[in-house]
Design a protein around this ligand. Structure first.
Ligand SMILES: Nc1ncnc2c1ncn2[C@@H]1O[C@H](COP(=O)(O)OP(=O)(O)OP(=O)(O)O)[C@@H](O)[C@H]1O
Ligand SMILES: [Mg+2]
Length: 235
């Protein structure tokens, strides 16, 4: 059974023209799946629709066999979706520990044990637990944002451009952290501008153009496709 099957999703903002015009994406157990596509294609809107922050006007969102299309964002979080948005994904004026505490709201009783587990996995967070989140480097902040998502013990992690604004070295380190998380069994659906690097660590990928699926394939297969390279990967 697929972890996620989003089929024929039509969605947008208000009364304006729909941004997603029938987009579909699937995540199987154990996969890293990456969505690439030009600016404004609707990649972030698709993640937000899967997370329940934008309503699907048509189509279905099935999470591990359960139809969550009409569930709100809280319901989707309870159903196992963790969404790490591209921006404002940590509370800068709170400490690392406070950010994790807030992110544990779905299971307050288990939150402190869960935070301790995350400190063991990410020693940087343990070292910085009393630091304000805004003092972290870009890469450290992304690790904190992912750790906040992990506080709810998700069955699927959505990451919107996790390496945006990072140096090449920090982006590499973050991809390593994403791969390590996936090796522990967590399925991941991410949107990335660093398409070559992201597809290289992905089992499968999708190309989204103007709110519709334009291509799909294995990560390495898409990264090697001449047409995809010409259009999206700078030759
Ligand atoms: N909150 C919003 N209200 C109205 N329109 C929006 C909103 N968010 C995004 N849009 C519009 O929806 C379209 C798709 O935006 P979206 O952010 O999903 O694209 P994207 O593929 O993630 O692009 P990028 O690569 O730049 O992140 C754009 O035309 C954008 O202006
Ligand atoms: Mg976006």
């Amino acid at each position: 059974m697929s972890v996620l099957a989003a089929e024929g999703v039509v969605a947008g903002y208000g009364a304006a023209e729909q941004i997603l015009k029938g987009a579909s994406v699937r995540v199987e157990p154990g996969e890293i799946v990456t969505i690439i596509g030009p600016n404004g294609a609707g990649k972030s809107t698709l993640l937000k629709t899967i997370a329940g922050l934008v309503a699907a006007k048509e189509g279905q969102i099935i999470l591990s066999g359960k139809d969550v299309t009409s569930a709100d964002a809280g319901g989707r979080a309870k159903a196992g979706i963790a969404f790490v948005p591209q921006e404002r994904n940590v509370f800068g004026s709170l400490t690392v520990a406070e950010n994790l505490e807030i992110a544990g709201f779905l299971d307050p009783a288990g939150a402190s044990a869960r935070a301790e587990g995350l400190y063991a996995t990410y020693p940087m967070l343990a070292a910085k637990r009393r630091a304000l989140a805004r003092t972290l480097s870009g890469g450290q902040r992304q690790i904190l944002a992912m750790a906040m998502g992990l506080m709810s013990n998700p069955s699927l992690m959505l990451l919107d451009e996790p390496t945006a604004g990072l140096s090449p070295k920090a982006a590499d380190d973050l991809f390593d952290a994403i791969v390590a998380l996936n090796r522990d069994g967590l399925p991941i659906l991410m949107v990335e501008q660093h398409a070559v690097e992201a597809l290289a660590v992905s089992h499968r990928g999708y190309v989204l153009v103007s709110g519709r699926n334009s291509a799909e394939g294995t990560g390495p297969g898409l990264a090697a496709d001449p047409e995809i390279r010409r259009l999206f990967l700078g030759g």
